[in-house]
Write a protein that binds this ligand. Structure first.
Ligand SMILES: [Zn+2]
Ligand SMILES: [Zn+2]
Length: 313
């Protein structure tokens, strides 16, 4: 039952498991890719064999068409499959529709790669599920004790105090759909308009059984009137409207530097914050923590001698 220190290694193609000869969320096209979720920094095109959830495949098809993969191997949550001698299981990550943590079992030890995950409730995706593992390989995007995400419902309720039309910037996949649902739930008087690039993603969500609530495709004439419209746009469109008049601009993100200014903030994050990462460690109960996607130094200092922490990047 020895933890293999080289079970996961970083090389120029990405996160590699030599015992199964596969990559987790590779950064270059590879022969065998296990993809945690469909965000572009985790799911690239051009891989040969791709293992992912059904929803991840649909999003990858939408973005990459025929170059999404040569062969898709689809597994549901908690349905183990083998790659060589490694047993893999997707576990819901709560990050966006179809997002999965990857549990890998080999020679009596277990390794849980989180991908991106969140603990906050989100009506537009499957809730996070916990499993125990000997090694927790966690994203550490916000692994800093100074970063505590506020209550997303309190954040979205800020919209109720804004009577003018709102231009709401957000990543198109995952965040936009969560916002549509939240606005419907907490600011139901708002009329939600959707950028044409985001609409097909909404349709995948609805087909998967996650109803987003009222929203319609943006039309130029609509925003002429002040009727508490909220127009949700992807980042490149948001930035091109920098001088727009008659609208309040807000950008929904966990990142301080993506907010419009100090007053006009909307801190809604789809990642674990400091407390969430500590909660994940409690739930997974690992013997070791390996960190990825961010800076693990705070975690290493905090856990000190209690749990061994290794920084993978
Ligand atoms: Zn992500
Ligand atoms: Zn990510």
């Amino acid at each position: 039952m020895n933890i293999l220190d080289d079970f996961i290694q970083i090389n120029p193609n990405g996160i590699y498991c030599k015992y199964g000869d596969f990559y987790l969320d590779p950064q270059q096209p590879v022969k065998t890719a296990v993809i945690s979720h469909a965000h572009a920094d985790h799911a690239i095109s051009g891989n040969k064999d791709v293992y992912c959830t059904q929803a991840t495949r649909e999003f990858m098809h939408l973005r990459y068409h025929r170059s999404a993969a040569q062969v898709f191997n689809i597994a549901g949550y908690n349905q183990p499959f083998m790659i060589k001698d490694v047993k893999l299981t997707f576990v819901s990550a709560g990050h966006m529709l179809g997002s999965a943590m990857v549990l890998m079992e080999y020679q009596g030890s277990s390794y849980l790669y989180t991908g991106d995950y969140k603990l906050q409730p989100d009506a537009t995706c499957e809730p996070i599920e916990w499993v125990n593992a000997d090694v927790l390989i966690t994203e550490s995007t916000f692994a800093d004790p100074n970063i505590i995400h506020p209550d997303p419902i309190e954040e979205i309720k800020k919209l109720n105090g804004i009577k003018s039309n709102i231009l709401l910037g957000a990543y198109g996949l995952g965040k936009s759909q969560r916002l549509v649902r939240m606005i419907n739930d907490h600011s139901p008087q708002k009329k939600v308009l959707i950028h044409h690039r985001i609409m097909p993603i909404n349709q995948i969500y609805e087909r998967a059984g996650f109803t987003l609530g009222k929203h319609q495709l943006y039309g130029r004439k609509l925003m002429k009137a002040q009727e508490e419209f909220v127009y949700i746009v992807p980042p490149f469109t948001f930035n091109s409207y920098i001088k727009a008049t008659g609208v309040k601009r807000l950008f929904a993100s966990g990142w301080k530097n993506l907010q419009v200014n100090r007053e006009d903030t909307l801190f809604i994050s789809d990642h674990a914050d400091w407390n969430d990462i500590l909660e994940a460690i409690k739930e997974v109960n690992p013997k070791q923590v390996w960190t990825l996607h961010g800076n693990g130094t705070h975690l290493k200092a905090y856990l000190n001698n209690k749990i061994f922490v290794k920084l993978l990047n």
